[in-house]
Design a protein around this ligand. Sequence first.
Ligand code: ADP
Ligand code: MG
Length: 253
Amino acid sequence: MGRVIAIANQKGGVGKTTTAVNLSSCLALEGKKVLLVDIDPQGNATSGLGIDRRKIQSCIYNVLMEELAAQGVVVRTRVRNLDVLPATIQLAGAEVELAGMDAREFRLRKGLENIRRNYDFVYIDCPPSLGLLTVNALAAADSVMIPIQCEYYALEGLSQLMHTITLIKKRINPGLQLEGVLLTMFDGRTNLSIQVVDEVKRHFRRQMYKTIIPRNVRLSEAPSYGKPIVLYDARSRGAEVYQDLAKEVLERG
Ligand code: ADP
Ligand code: MG
C-alpha cells in the first residue's frame, strides 16, 4: 500500500511544487512506483512534468466532484515509474463547489482509495492556502511534508499550519503524521539563510531533513522545458540534492 504524503505550506513560492516534481522523479528513477497528485488549480506540477493541460480530457477535478475513477484519469509522464493525476484550470472552481458537497473533506481520500495500492509513494502537491483542497490532501495523507523557504518571515504562518494539522488530527485524520520539514532555496552566502536554518532547527530538530535544498537556477529553468531537474540537467547541483533527498526518504523508510 502506497504511502500518501501531502506537500503543504499555505505560503506560495516556498518550493512545494519544485519538491513534488523533483522528489517524485528521483524516487521513480530509483525504481519506486510513484504517483504525483496535483491539487493546485495552477497546475504547475502537471505542466512541469511536460503534460499539456489543454489536451487533457479529465483531471483531478472530475475525481473530486464526480467520483470519476482515478485510474482513468492518471497520465504517464516521461519519467519511468512516475504517473501524475493532473490538474487543469477546471479545478479553480473546486474550492467553492466543494463547500456545498457531502463529505467534503474526504473526497480526495475516497478518490485515492483504489489507486494507492498501485504505488510505493503518492505525493500530493497542495495549493498555497489552507482551504478545502488542502484539507482534502491532509485528510487523505499518512503524513505531511512542509517545505520552508530560507527567507525572511520563513516561520511566519507556520503556527497556523501546525494548528490546522492539529485540528485535522483531532477531527478528521487521527493517523496524520509530520513527515518532515524541508529547507529550500538556501543561500550559504547570506547570514539570513544561515539564521533561518538555525531557527528551524530549534523548532523542528528531529523532523528536519538533513538534506537542504540550495538555490539553484537550473531548478527554476527546468519547468519551462516540462522536465524534472534530473532530465533537464542531471549534473546540476539541483539534480544532486533532490537525488540526495530521495535517498534520505528511502533510508528513513
Ligand atoms: P510553491 O509550489 O510553494 O508555490 P514553487 O516550487 O513553484 O513553490 O517555487 C516557486 C518559484 O521558485 C518557482 O519559480 C521555482 O522555479 C523557484 N524555485 C523553487 N525552488 C528553487 C530552488 N531551490 N532554487 C531556485 N529556484 C527555485
Ligand atoms: Mg506550487
